[in-house]
Design a protein around this ligand. Structure first.
Ligand code: PMP
Length: 361
């Protein structure tokens, strides 16, 4: 069978070693004669899995002890609602930086609960899409928090700066970039990420919240989204997505064995440099994001002649390069190259792209 590399934006590729281990222990987990999916989340066996996963996640990102890690339901969009419901307190205003599709979606949801002050960060520089640097973000004086999305999965645009806004509470949607490199957690009030890209399977959402921000949830906040309730119950107020939690734990162990987020950072840079390099030198492929804002995780690109899109997708699929179709709102192609994508996968993609250009360019 052809080696398959899956460039899906999410749910995305998982490390093959992790899938193999999960397969091996699926029907008889730890000699219990049952799978990890079929045991109580409150039994000592699963509690051990849960604690170990949290410990490894904390180690990987060096999360300070005054931050809680919550294992939640509801995905990234769940957090679009949970955030205002937990952080507003008596305030009605929050700053929202709009850098792309997902940041704008967060604004839409937030409008149900507060008056977002939208800071449009989208600019054009030399004909390329870019985002205003943080020093040009006009934060308001009376906002409960500022929200932004450091990696726009659809637009392929990223903000790699580390926030430094004094006392302002920074909340960020790391769904498509968490664990891709080191992260200075202490600069944030809340970090959240849906699991299905760089963490594990869909169904789990991780929230990292600074302890002093707990206790402010709106009375109408559903308990399953209330950070304080989740924290007081070790993320087991209701039944958590146990299989996703377990599998994410295996991914954390895998990440540690690879050398942690520093090693990932290096490899992710190599992969991105290779792919953008081929796009930029081709004259046949094009990416229209300014170099400083290019995403290392999601690389959208267009073919010079969009009539060739269908053929490109058919031929790439036949070559084992799957899920390269761009998002419907952008068109063209998109290669998502999260942690689980090896350098060899990007090498195979760029070899294919060069060959396709030779034949059709
Ligand atoms: N934020 C970002 C950056 C995303 O990429 C996505 C999903 N692709 C979401 C939020 C929404 O996540 P979910 O589908 O888990 O609600």
């Amino acid at each position: 069978m052809t080696q398959v590399y899956n460039f899906s934006s999410g749910p995305a590729m998982l490390p093959a070693d992790v899938l193999r281990q999960a397969q091996e222990e699926l029907v008889n987990w730890q000699g219990l004669g049952t799978s990890v999916m079929e045991i109580s989340h409150r039994g000592k066996e699963f509690i051990h899995v849960a604690e170990e996963a949290e410990k490894d996640f904390r180690d990987l990102l060096q999360i300070p002890s005054h931050y809680k890690v919550l294992f939640c339901h509801g995905g990234g969009r769940g957090q679009f609602a949970a955030l205002p419901l937990n952080l507003l307190g008596d305030n009605t205003r929050a700053d929202y930086v709009d850098g792309g599709y997902w940041a704008a979606s967060a604004v839409k949801e937030a409008k149900k609960y507060c008056q977002p002050n939208v800071i449009d960060a989208k600019v054009t520089v030399d004909g390329l899409r870019a985002l205003k640097p943080m020093r040009d973000w006009q934060l308001s004086d009376n906002a409960a928090y500022v929200h932004y999305c450091p990696n726009e999965t659809i637009d392929g645009i990223a903000i790699d700066e580390t926030p430094d806004f004094g006392d302002a509470i920074v909340a960020a949607d790391f769904s498509s970039t968490i664990l891709s490199g080191p992260l200075e957690v202490s600069r944030f009030g809340v970090i959240y990420a849906g699991a299905q890209k760089n963490i594990g399977p869909a169904g789990l959402t991780l929230v990292i919240v600074r302890e002093d921000l707990l206790g402010k949830a709106h009375t109408a906040c559903p308990s399953v989204f209330d950070y304080t309730v989740l924290s007081e119950n070790d993320s087991m107020f209701n039944t958590p997505p146990t299989f996703a939690w377990y599998l994410s734990g295996l991914v954390f162990k895998w990440l540690k064995a690879q050398g942690g987020v520093e090693a990932m950072n290096r490899i992710n840079q190599q992969k991105a440099d290779l792919l953008y390099g081929v796009i930029d030198t081709s004259g046949f492929y094009r990416n229209d994001v300014a170099p400083a804002n290019r995403s290392r995780m999601n690389v959208p690109f267009q073919l010079a002649d969009s009539n060739l899109d269908k053929l490109f997708l058919e031929e790439s699929f036949a070559a084992g390069l799957h899920a390269l179709k761009g998002h419907r709102v952008v068109g063209g192609m998109r290669a998502s190259i999260y942690n689980a994508m090896p350098l060899a996968g990007v090498q195979a993609l760029t070899d294919f792209m060069k060959d396709f250009e030779r034949r059709h360019g």
